[in-house]
Design a protein around this ligand. Structure first.
Ligand code: AVJ
Length: 312
């Protein structure tokens, strides 16, 4: 996602300050966005292929099975705004049924988007396309080239789960204020063993994904994290209805970076990600609180994942 970016000195300093503040806090934390350097993005793609990681394929099955109903609920001719589009593959599978008039993929890395869009423009010459490289979590100011046709924000993959519920509510409100309807994928609360396995798989790909964060921090901060001194933890916290990922120190150790140092005791953790899980009702409540009207929702037979269409 973010590694082929040219950053200004100011951006680099903001990143450093944010990371150092998190790492030196009494309970060390880092934002999940730092999991996605070039290798991290590839490891996430590998996670989506794991037998234990059900969200991606469960959501795809819902779109496959209910595609016609979803299309008739949403209606043709919308401006489809794809939040965190990546390789644009999820949205592209919906083009034949959704028939958007314009497609606007947004991601932090515009370079990556542009290649995907060039390909899609040849495949779907009737759909106007506009790739935007921006951080949509900080702004939704869309350029005038985004058409005034009815807007549909597309936010699949349960990415909403990375936000604390309060932040998720604020984000949904901003989408609504940006004049959009919403098609969103949300992961649901389920048997704890299923959740634990999805974030701590037998092959250790999720462990690698989490530990790779330390390589990324070493590059961003000039730090000396030794990956062999850290252990992946990924588990469901039922009180807070979220998966938590942490990196845990295997022994007492010291980490140094340009201009700083932190000691970690054995067993001490860096909290690297939350992934909130909703019930159909708790998520419907959140949509309603944000001012949306739930038009329709679809789940798989096991009730593991939900896709919602909400109107403003
Ligand atoms: C990309 C945030 C939806 O929370 O399931 C997968 C990221 N982390 N395995 C998720 C993730 C560990 C994923 N999201």
């Amino acid at each position: 996602m973010a590694d082929n970016l040219q950053r200004s000195d100011t951006e680099t300093n903001v990143i450093r300050d944010e990371l150092i503040a998190g790492l030196t806090a009494p309970r060390a934390t880092t934002s999940p966005k730092y999991l996605y350097d070039a290798l991290g993005s590839k490891l996430f793609e590998a996670i989506c292929e794991l037998p234990e990681y059900y969200p991606t394929r469960t959501e795809a099955a819902i779109f496959e099975r209910h595609g016609a109903e979803i299309a008739s609920s949403v209606g043709a001719g919308a401006t489809l705004i794809d939040l965190g589009a990546g390789n644009c593959a999820k949205a592209a599978r919906l083009f034949p049924s959704l028939a958007p008039s314009q497609y606007v993929p947004i991601d932090i890395s515009a370079d990556f988007l542009k290649a995907a869009v060039a390909q899609l423009e040849r495949q779907f010459p009737d759909i106007r396309m506009l790739a935007l490289g921006m951080d949509f979590s900080s702004t939704l100011d869309l350029p005038p080239a985004v058409s005034d046709a009815r807007r549909l924000f597309f936010y699949p993959g349960s990415s909403i789960g990375n936000f604390h519920p309060g932040e998720a509510l604020a984000f949904l409100r901003r989408l609504r204020q940006a004049d959009g309807d919403l098609l969103i994928g949300v992961d649901l609360v389920k048997d704890r063993a299923v959740l634990d396995a999805a974030y701590d798989d037998a092959l250790g790909v999720t462990a690698s994904f989490n530990l790779n964060l330390l390589h990324h921090l070493n590059r961003l901060l000039g730090a000396d994290f030794n990956l062999r001194e850290w252990k992946h933890r990924g588990f469901f916290n039922p009180e807070l209805s979220r998966i938590e990922m942490h990196l845990e120190a295997r022994r007492d150790l010291t980490v140094r970076w340009n201009g700083g140092v932190r000691r970690f005791g054995e067993g001490e953790r860096i909290h690297t990600e939350n992934s909130y899980k909703y019930t159909p009702d708790s998520f419907a409540g959140l949509l309603q609180e944000a001012g949306f009207h739930l038009a329709q929702r679809w789940t798989d037979e096991r009730g593991w994942f939900m896709v919602c269409h909400a109107r403003r």
